[in-house]
Design a protein around this ligand. Structure first.
Ligand SMILES: [Cu+2]
Length: 455
């Protein structure tokens, strides 16, 4: 898998890519017409300042993170969704709002000001450093723009159809947005004198950029989300050295991988918790095939969604004869897609949220094998517009009879292995079909990527 990403991106130029995605967005949202129910921004016609809602959260974030206002100014309706005091400071303009106490809200009038782009932060001690910041875009035109409001209903009410279209286009054109960090690449083992493959797994907190500018304190293995993929072969002697650099204890469970009970990684039953600063060794002989996950089994409802998960695969999944007969003779590309929806990472594919998700490319006739692995707290129906696929394994067990799918529902903990063959060239949307996991009034978000099929 290493190096695949650069190859992928070189196949289409960035500009062509953005244009293709833009066309895709237009196609998706084309059903909404300008005479629809959207209201114009209040008072905008006469040049009066519009009201824009900005919500502040105790996870040190603003929503939306990009606020677009006209040069005439705006009323910022500040809502504190948390319990801590928060407020908003546009440092370069010398503007600071009153402090908003927990669960309170207030209106803050700002402007007029010159067109430009200005950072805003929460000036409460430590909040900006924790990532509580955003961008105020001042434009000559009117606007109430945002790129990631959670107050979607309110945002929709304040937008015209054209404004909504412009926002959606803006988000789409960012795809694939560049962010720091890339998870899930295959980890190389240290081979010990007796042939054992040793992997050192360091549990630690790092700043992880889920989407452009949104850094969270992710709980990781080896500093990336998802953790590096561990891929071994049947018969391999495997040794995992877990080093705990977290402030809490932890343990490492091998989900969907056959191991002796004592290696199951479930404290306090099969082992004592590995304390901060501690180390634990897991040893077993690989028995494949397997499409598994290694993840925390200690306060897992927080440690896993916060980032402590990675694929653990053994051997390659066999292609059923029925599909070989249909021309699926070999796998040209392998993709692990780890789903998440909670913790500091939130709704994401492989630790990233659209438009920062990774696009995939495939040539007509090539075959892509996708392992979907759900590490979230809810099920996700993953839908690839085209090509439709064939499920060839469930939880790492090969199926004699493949089943066709264009939407595969993956419950928490489940793994499905699906083969797709590139057929019709184009940019094909690929997303969770719980629609608010994929779409907002401001454009596509969260669990969305694309498959680009080329001749
Ligand atoms: Cu979903």
């Amino acid at each position: 898998m290493a190096g695949m990403r650069n190859d992928d991106r070189s196949i289409v130029s960035w500009f062509a890519f953005a244009a293709a995605i833009a066309a895709l967005v237009v196609a998706i949202v084309g059903v909404r017409d300008d005479g629809g129910e959207s209201a114009a921004p209040s008072g905008n016609g006469g040049g009066a300042p519009p009201t824009i809602t900005v919500t502040m959260f105790d996870n040190f974030s603003f929503s939306p993170t990009t606020v677009t206002v006209p040069t005439v100014g705006a009323v910022i309706h500040l809502v504190n969704d948390g319990l801590l005091p928060h407020n908003m400071e546009i440092t370069a303009l010398g503007l600071t709002s009153p402090v908003v106490q927990g669960s309170q809200e207030l209106d803050w009038e700002i402007g007029p000001f010159a067109a430009g782009s200005y950072e805003f932060v929460c000036p409460q001690p430590g909040h900006a450093a924790a990532g509580m910041k955003g961008t105020l875009v001042v434009t000559e035109s009117t606007g109430t723009a945002s790129t990631d409001a959670t107050e979607h209903a309110a945002a929709t009410d304040e937008m015209t159809a054209s404004q909504m279209d412009a926002l959606m286009l803006g988000v789409a054109q960012q795809f694939p947005a560049v962010t720091e960090g890339h998870g899930g690449d295959v980890m190389e083992p240290t081979v010990l004198p007796d042939g054992t493959k040793e992997y050192v797994i360091v549990a630690k907190i790092v700043k992880w950029e889920v989407e452009p500018g949104k850094f969270v304190d992710a709980w990781t293995y080896n500093g990336v989300v998802p953790a590096p993929e561990i891929h071994v072969l049947t018969g391999d002697k495997v040794r995992l050295v877990l080093k705990n650099e977290l402030p809490d204890s932890t343990s490492l469970h091998l989900h969907g991988v056959k191991v002796p009970n004592i290696m199951d990684g479930v404290d306090p039953y099969t082992e004592a918790p590995t304390k901060p600063g501690g180390e634990h060794i897991y040893e077993f002989v690989a028995q494949g095939p397997a499409v598994g996950i290694y993840h925390s089994h200690h306060n897992a409802q927080e440690q896993i969604p916060d980032g402590m998960f990675g694929a653990f695969t053994i051997d390659e999944m066999p292609i059923p004869q029925k599909l070989i007969d249909k021309g699926y003779t070999k796998v040209d590309k392998k993709v692990n897609m780890v789903l998440n929806d909670a913790g500091v990472i939130g709704l994401s594919l492989n630790g990233k949220s659209f438009p920062a998700t990774e696009p995939y490319t495939l040539r007509v006739g090539q075959v892509m094998l996708v392992n979907y692995l759900n590490e979230g707290l809810q099920g996700h129906p993953m839908h690839l517009h085209q090509p439709s696929g064939w499920v060839i394994a469930k939880d790492g067990v090969p199926m004699d009879e493949p089943t066709p799918t264009d939407t595969v529902f993956i419950a928490p903990g489940e793994r499905y292995t699906v083969l797709y063959m590139g057929q019709e060239p184009g940019v094909w949307a690929w997303h969770c079909h719980i629609l608010n996991h994929a779409e907002t009034p401001e454009g596509m978000r969260y669990m969305v990527t694309a498959l680009i099929v080329e001749r």
